[in-house]
Design a binder for this molecule. Structure first.
Ligand code: S3P
Length: 190
């Protein structure tokens, strides 16, 4: 089967997979507001499988909101908590679909951990304006995206790390979250 034009596989020498079999795990990465949570929810539904959103997992375990942790303890402290919870999530659950936070993939140790577990990473790639639109209309409080200019700078900085993901899915404006999940499913899970 040929790849759809929306997908590209990066030439990653450490990438071991080709087609994914049902039962394999994926992480969804990408900037805040790109739709990692909603695509993950639809993908898990299509797969009839479990999905875990790392932010919710952190909030359940830490009994605090992610935005409270960042606002009170600072981003560096939050990143340690996030990494510990990522490890715990991978150790303690068998969720097939994992929606990361927008900064999880940026931390070297997190990427190494994900790769070491043989989990395929998928970058949901979109424009900053698309992400910003979703950020503005979302109820989720995002301390690192309160200021548009700062968020745009972060978006540019992070691209070079997001593109280290195994697969890229380029989101077109006409796609719904379900469309994206279905395309990912049809490309990797069948
Ligand atoms: C963050 C993204 C957020 C959340 C936290 C930090 C980031 O998740 O983990 O506010 O650094 O990009 P979403 O990507 O789901 O908004």
């Amino acid at each position: 089967m040929s790849l759809s034009p929306d997908f590209t596989k990066r030439s990653n020498p450490s990438y071991k997979g080709n087609r994914m079999n049902t039962g394999k795990r994926v992480v969804l990465t990408g900037f805040m507001g790109v739709g990692k949570s909603s695509v993950g929810r639809h993908l898990a539904h299509i797969l009839n499988s479990e999905r875990i959103d790392l932010d919710f997992f952190i909030e359940k375990n830490e009994k605090r909101k992610v935005n409270d942790i960042i606002d009170s303890d600072g981003e560096a402290a939050y990143r340690s908590i996030e990494s510990a919870n990522l490890q715990r999530l991978l150790d303690e659950t068998t969720a097939q679909v994992i929606s990361l936070g927008g900064g999880t993939w940026i931390v070297d140790a997190n990427r190494e951990l994900i790769r070491a577990r043989g989990i395929t990473s998928i970058w949901l790639e979109s424009t900053f304006e698309h992400c910003w639109y979703n950020i503005k209309f979302s109820h989720k409080e995002r301390p690192l995206a309160r200021d548009k200019n700062k968020a745009a700078k972060l978006f540019e900085e992070r691209k070079k790390t997001y593109c280290l993901a195994d697969w890229h899915f380029i989101i077109k404006p006409e796609y719904s979250s379900y469309d994206i999940a279905k395309l990912i499913h049809d490309e990797y899970f069948v």
